[in-house]
Write a protein that binds this ligand. Sequence first.
Ligand code: PHE
Length: 344
Amino acid sequence: MDLMKQLLDVVNQAKEVFKAVKNGAELQDKKAEFLGKKGIVSTYMSQMKDLPNEDKPKFGQMINEIKTLISLEFDEAKSRLDDEAIKRKLIEEAVDVTLPGRSMTPGSKHVLNRVIEEIEDIFLGMGYSIKEGPEVESDLYNFEMLNLPKSHPARDMQDSFYITEDLLLRTHTSPVQVRSLLENTKKEPLKIICPGKVYRRDDDDQTHSHQFMQIEALVVDYKANLSDLKGTLLELARKMFGEERQIRLRPSYFPFTEPSVEVDVTCHKCNGKGCSMCKGSGWIEILGAGMVNNAVLEASGYDSTIYQGFALGMGVERIAILKYGIDDIRALYTNDLRFNHQWK
Ligand code: PHE
């Protein structure tokens, strides 16, 4: 039958059209062109009314078969498009597992913090507690209460950054000790360390910095004498620089301590024989210390006939430089990661 041939042609036509389609939306449009209400198949359907009645069922059946065939072509095209979409997605999202990974350098503790924690641990182990205070201090706490009245020549030992007549960046952490003594209204014995940043008007160079870290210790008790201080210093020196270390005390001067001493420790590089680290002497100066001046005790309300005390103070950078053989203090602040990571 001629009509049947025409209809099979339509199926072939649909097959070709569906094959050329590039995406799902276009495929739907094309489907409508063939199977939609105003599509090609409907146009043939509308011819049914002109046929003799006995041919109508056969014709209807034929149209239905054609619809099914076109639908099958549609399904095939649809699954082809779906496959292509998945393949495209797989290619786009592919991960090249052969690429080298990005390296992640683990962080490390800064050598200064390391030394601060070490010193804190040593003192915590001896029963001290840690006290902190403000970096902007009053002249009263930074100097006057520490037996350094205005115009005292020893103020020159600590050239200062003033903010106003009476306010300055603290030159040492001793004002935290003054605050702690004043706070202690019951005047009980006390054992504290005060770590923190301090500031002095120095020109920065290999061994000087206008800002550095200090840790000071203070003990006030009914009995806290020079030999207690010496024992504390020896313990500190050995824990920091090795159990074989010896110390020696040399007379010195600080307005807030009397007597005052400079503390040397036997060189940890050459064990006291003499080397470049200790400049041939076998000894390295590490800190200043002394018995708390009665004037300081009295100013904070401690009766100096009942109480005595000792104090010591060290620059953390100096300890770090000695312990780790660092040749320039500025390396501690410039945050070159190659420097920071080498102490892991
Ligand atoms: N405060 C002193 C300084 O910064 C250090 C020190 C503390 C000396 C305690 C003796 C006793 O120079």
